[in-house]
Ligand binder design. Structure first.
Ligand code: EPZ
Length: 425
């Protein structure tokens, strides 16, 4: 097991160039299956989730090579429609392989992706939507066996704007005969990026980011070279870290409008935020202010993937605020750990009430999920004394060496190996 050793109280200053968005690269890598050609995806961060997705593609027969931050996938030799169970368990986003595999092979077999630390994460919306495209889905011995003699375009209303379900339908519909309309789709920038990648392969898709996505299926797809958007959650996490620890940072290769809701709340907390085209500047205030009550919402609302980081930020703000987690049912595991550091947070159902304290105290805490782990790092940077964050493999799923990113801004944060049993170094 690996841990972070953090010495709090260091002023952070500098600039950072955002990397490609994990939640854009993952569905785009899955979509490379459809064309049966070579796709070159640039700006891919070295994250464990992306490595696992690449390993799944390889195990299904694709040629995958990775140089620097460019992943090249040749899906012509694909020779399986089974998603490898062992790897399926490692990343939930392997569920994004359903749509592209059905589009390419007419069938897919996968184990139920199951839940994870932040919730049950059912896939009922995915399955209902795929059935409307003519996919027959059977559950046998814990496996989902999906097949479609011929995918047919259809009107596909989503009961909730699920990001994954929207993306699965887009990818399946690309090979359906006729037009598909996705009604009430997710509007996240990563969904728009998937549309733009598929269009770069020759697909006819319009409307992503709005209230209806139209896909005219059945067009042949060709090779593509594509650069995904920068990671708005990586950017938001770094801004929250600088705001909490005090300092100033210039984020380069950022797309400010992707972080609108995050920047609004950072400004409300007293940060000086400036947006240029392609960059975001933030300077922390002497004392953060508690923001008015907020809740996480589908895009363009405040993203659930920034909830944990913002809770950490509000721990030392002047005043009391409430943050409601409306998207996932179990995404407050970081709160008990923050309270061990001297925070004053009470959970009531899906709402955290955070009463600002003057300072957090460093101590040993444990990451339970990706963004919750990032929130503990943020708290450690702001706390007095040193903090140890255990189980940082969760953090490695979404940040490429967070210690280097924050260390580059002046943070004192070291990755260490911890023996499993005693947790001793
Ligand atoms: C994507 O997950 C992201 N992951 C998540 O980021 C992100 O938190 C989430 O979207 C919401 O923005 C990737 O893109 C790889 P959903 P996804 O389907 O697609 C419920 C991170 O930290 N739901 O929009 O799985 C579900 O349980 C990760 O980077 C159903 O009930 O999210 C949840 O409560 C975490 N049935 C809500 O909808 C379904 O069939 C939102 O899920 C599907 C979803």
């Amino acid at each position: 097991m690996e841990s972070y050793h953090i010495t709090g109280g260091k002023y952070l200053e500098g600039e950072y160039r955002l990397r490609g968005a994990k939640n854009a690269v993952l569905p785009i890598l899955a979509a490379t299956i459809i064309s049966g050609r070579t796709s070159i995806i640039k700006n891919c961060p070295h994250l464990s989730d992306i490595r696992t997705m690449a390993a799944i593609l390889k195990e299904m027969g694709c040629g995958v090579s990775w140089t620097e931050s460019t992943v090249s996938v040749d899906s012509s030799p694909l020779n399986s429609f089974r998603i490898p169970q062992n790897l399926m368990k490692e990343i939930r986003s392997s569920v994004f392989l359903m749509g592209p595999t059905i589009a390419r092979c007419g069938q897919v077999i996968l184990s139920d992706p199951g839940g994870c630390a932040i919730g049950k994460r059912p896939i009922d919306i995915h399955l209902t939507a795929l059935r409307l495209l003519g996919v027959d889905i059977k559950e046998e011995e814990g496996l989902l066996k999906c097949s479609a003699k011929a995918l047919k375009g259809a009107a596909v209303p989503l009961s909730f704007p699920s990001v994954g379900a929207t993306e699965n339908v887009m990818m399946a519909a690309v090979m359906a005969q006729g037009e598909t309309r996705i009604i009430n789709p997710a509007r996240e920038p990563e969904v728009v990026d998937l549309q733009n990648y598929l269009v770069s392969c020759g697909a006819d898709i319009t409307g992503a980011g709005g209230k209806e996505i139209r896909i005219k299926g059945g067009l042949p797809l060709h090779e593509s070279e594509y650069k995904p958007i920068p990671d708005r959650i990586e950017g938001g996490t770094i801004l929250a870290a600088v705001a909490a620890a005090k300092g100033k940072v210039l984020l380069k290769e950022a797309i400010p409008e992707h972080l609108e809701a995050i920047l609004d709340r950072l400004s409300e907390s007293g940060c000086n935020v400036r947006k240029d085209s392609g960059a975001i500047y933030l300077e922390a205030p002497e004392r953060l202010l508690a923001v008015t009550p907020m809740e996480t919402q589908p895009y363009p609302g405040f993203p659930t993937d920034m909830q944990s980081q913002f809770v950490a930020l509000m721990c030392c703000a002047d005043g009391t605020t409430k943050i409601t987690e409306s998207i996932f049912e179990n995404r407050f595991k970081h709160v008990a750990e923050l309270n061990k550091m001297g925070a004053d947070i009470i959970i009531n159902g899906r709402t955290a009430t955070i009463k600002g304290v003057s300072r957090l105290r460093g101590c040993r805490v444990t990451a339970a999920d990706l963004r919750g782990g990032a929130s503990l790092v943020i708290a450690g940077l702001a706390a007095e004394g040193s903090t140890i964050v255990d189980n940082i493999s969760h953090i490695d799923r979404g940040y490429e060496r967070l210690e280097d990113i924050l260390g580059g801004l002046g943070a004192q944060i070291v990755r260490t190996k911890t023996t499993k049993e005693s947790g001793k170094q």
